[in-house]
Design a protein around this ligand. Structure first.
Ligand code: TYM
Length: 332
């Protein structure tokens, strides 16, 4: 039997290079190797209160970009989270043995409290429980994610194991982050400060659907500095981030060439950024073309979502039936 993979992406906008290199890039290979469930995490996106129109548009973006990445809805199961109410039911059960202390200690929760003190809602606190439900509902063991999601995977294992102990049965297997290589990926943003993300401010993220001119503009405006002042000096964060981005999109030779120039204090940031932008354009071009193609076909998108919901619910209903019985719900 093939192992099961579950992958989710929040419907908060278009996909960027972080999403791509952290997760999406491996989808096609995974779909051949494993039994795959790819879903759009629209329930998770409600923590930030989108308008109905924004919510729908963003779900479409992710669905289109999933398909553009090469996922075949016949081979894999591709669905929208809110079409599978069994996930919300499992979330409720798991919430009964998720503790305030551990949820409050989660790094992503603490980050959100800091960045958004006016919207510390219960959905945000229990975000990792819903994510665990997404994964455990299909008894997945492999989860393609970037480095930022590692702690959530650890929490999913905790909640699954706790359920197993409570009901004295090895029901849920342990899910692990997975991407075919040893290390999980962290793609930095262009603002010199940390990871690429949709909520990190304008200009920080390069989207897969950005046209070449937009990519060039964003990269040329990326935060840098006045240049190295000593040979072989350690790179400040903003410069290291640009080199890390180059490592992701450019060839090893190109990366080495500019590293050498930096170390010899001969680098010209203009040339460096130009090269980085051109390599980003090359890396995103095939996706961009397919995104534009798929987005036009609403009938196809409707069919895919409907078919996916049926397949996902089959698996989810089996789990919920077993979970209900383990918990002790019985009909009279
Ligand atoms: P989200 O929507 O923030 O990100 C989707 C995927 O992209 C990866 N990612 C990155 N990887 C490397 N560098 C970056 N800068 C970067 N930014 C984003 C994320 O690691 C993720 O793989 N909680 C999830 C959504 C989710 C989920 C799940 C994932 C909900 N339920 C169940 C897997 C399984 C999230 O916030 O993704």
């Amino acid at each position: 039997m093939k192992e099961t993979v579950v992958s989710g992406i929040r419907s908060t906008g278009k996909l960027h290079l972080g999403n791509y290199y952290g997760a999406v890039k491996n989808f096609v290979q995974m779909q051949n190797d494993f039994n795959c469930y790819f879903f759009i995490a629209d329930l998770h996106s409600l923590t930030t209160h989108p308008t109905p129109a924004d919510l729908h548009g963003n779900i479409k973006h992710v669905l289109v970009e999933y398909l553009a990445s090469g996922i075949d809805p016949e081979t894999s199961t591709i669905y929208i989270q809110s079409d599978v109410p069994e996930i919300a039911e499992l979330y409720l059960y798991l919430n009964m043995n998720a503790y305030m202390g551990e949820l409050e200690r989660s790094t992503s929760f603490k980050d959100k409290v800091r960045s958004n003190p006016d919207n510390v809602n219960a959905g945000l606190l229990t975000y990792p429980v819903l994510m665990a439900a997404d994964i455990l509902i299909h008894k997945a063991t492999k989860v393609p994610v970037g480095k930022d999601q590692e702690q959530h995977l650890e929490m999913a294992r905790t909640f699954g194991n706790r359920f197993n102990r409570l009901y004295d049965t090895p029901y849920f297997p342990e899910p692990y982050a997975f991407n075919y290589s040893e290390k999980l990926v962290k793609v930095p943003g262009l603002d010199g400060k940390g990871k690429m993300g949709k909520s990190e401010g304008e200009g920080n993220a390069v989207y897969l659907s950005d046209d070449p001119e937009t990519i060039r503009k964003k990269v040329m405006r990326a935060v840098s500095d006045g240049g190295p002042t000593e040979e072989n000096q350690e790179k400040p964060e903003a410069i290291q981030n640009l080199f890390d981005l180059m490592k992701v999109v450019s060839s090893a030779d190109t990366h080495e060439h500019f590293s050498d120039l930096y170390n010899k204090m001969q680098i010209r940031y203009g040339d460096f950024k130009k090269q980085l932008a051109e390599d980003m354009i090359i890396a995103t071009a095939p996706m961009r073309e397919r995104i534009m193609d798929v987005a036009k076909n609403d009938t196809y998108l409707r069919q895919v979502a409907k078919h996916g919901a049926i397949k996902a619910r089959e698996s989810a209903q089996k789990t919920i039936k077993e979970v209900r019985s383990l918990i002790g719900f019985k009909s009279f």
